[in-house]
Design a protein around this ligand. Structure first.
Ligand code: HEM
Length: 309
């Protein structure tokens, strides 16, 4: 694995949330991934999971989960078929037997536009300065010319999904997993739907209803549980463990950590969404932060949470 020394960050989580509001609007809701829907279910660990981590939810009995699916853009009423609504988000809270909890916050893109939080803020600032009336070349044109990962993230085709349940999701940041014998494994989550991945054509997406995804997920869950495999992609030689903008090769081995089964809509999703803040660094013994973006993210999520109460 490769760990590159990261320069100290210039900007704070509060400045980051202000920048997100500058791009998407300040609406006292989530600064990004604003529109979502919550469901509940259970997570059942696989027998192999304990090989990589002693975390309590990764061995033994199943545990309850709360899941929030969301759209990328930081606009509360953005239509589900808006291109800026991709990638989609999947946040999961596992309730542990002692009443504490641990979270995974993932999205449907294997990578991130930026190596670190400062770069992400610079990208957002370039977007904010490049509205439809901005002179060409815009600040964003200039930024993308020198930042290939950001260009890839913004320009690669991200077709609208048939369902939140037919998309793979990626944890993107690397975590350190420690098993009962103290053995360390570095890995990234991949959440793979058991339903085949399915996308709308551009023509279908154009005519889809603005709320088609929330309506679809409500209908689908009424016919039986939505199932995903929680996988851990293991770092190989040369893989960056603190740079989420670089996806690891698909050939890396994976360990199945368990199965996610989602079976109910949360009755008052709006109220439940307001109350909850998922934290990527809320971790039990047996899993630790490796990529420092995870701590920065969690601090920014806390700032956004306070602003939306
Ligand atoms: C420096 C990097 C990042 C920053 C500053 C950032 C910032 C934020 C903020 C402020 C929120 C709103 C939190 C709330 O009000 O509860 C949020 C939500 C979210 N972010 Fe990030 N984020 C970053 C990286 C990522 C990455 C790498 C992913 C995917 C792996 C991701 C996926 C999500 C998702 C899915 C949500 C919605 C969570 C929910 O359903 O409550 N973010 N992000």
């Amino acid at each position: 694995q490769v760990s590159s020394p990261q320069p100290p960050l210039k900007y704070t989580p509060t400045q980051m949330v202000e920048t997100l509001h500058g791009v998407f609007g300040d609406h006292h809701a989530r600064a990004i991934h604003t529109k979502g829907i919550m469901l509940t279910g259970r997570f059942t660990p696989s027998p192999e999971a304990a090989r990589v981590s002693s975390a309590v939810h990764l061995h033994g009995a199943s545990v309850p989960i709360i899941v929030r699916f969301s759209n990328f853009v930081g606009v509360p009423d953005a239509p589900d078929n808006d291109p800026m609504s991709s990638p989609r988000g999947m946040a999961i809270r596992f309730t542990l037997p002692d009443g504490s909890s641990t979270d995974i916050v993932s999205h449907s893109f294997n990578g991130f536009p930026s190596q670190n939080a400062d770069q992400f803020r610079e990208l957002l600032q370039a977007i904010a300065a490049s509205g439809p009336d901005a002179a060409k070349p815009t600040a964003l044109d200039g930024y993308l010319a020198t930042h290939p990962a950001a260009k890839h993230f913004l320009t690669v085709a991200k077709p609208a999904p048939v369902s939140y349940a037919t998309l793979p999701y990626y944890g993107v940041n690397t975590f350190k997993f420690i098993n009962a014998s103290g053995k360390v494994t570095y890995g990234r989550y991949q959440i793979v739907p058991m339903a085949p991945a399915q996308y709308l054509t551009d023509a279908q997406a154009k005519v889809a209803a603005p709320e088609y995804l929330s309506k679809e997920i409500g209908e689908r869950v009424g016919h039986g549980p939505l199932r995903f495999r929680l996988m851990l992609q293991l770092a190989g030689k040369g893989d960056h463990i603190d740079d989420p903008s670089i996806a690891w090769p698909d050939t890396r081995p994976q360990v199945e950590l368990g199965v996610i089964a989602i079976d109910h809509l949360v009755p008052d999703s709006v109220a439940a969404e307001k109350k909850i803040v998922f934290m990527p660094n809320r971790l039990p013994k047996g899993i630790e932060v490796e990529d420092q973006m995870v701590n920065f993210r969690s601090a920014a999520y806390g700032v956004s949470f306070s602003a939306r109460q």
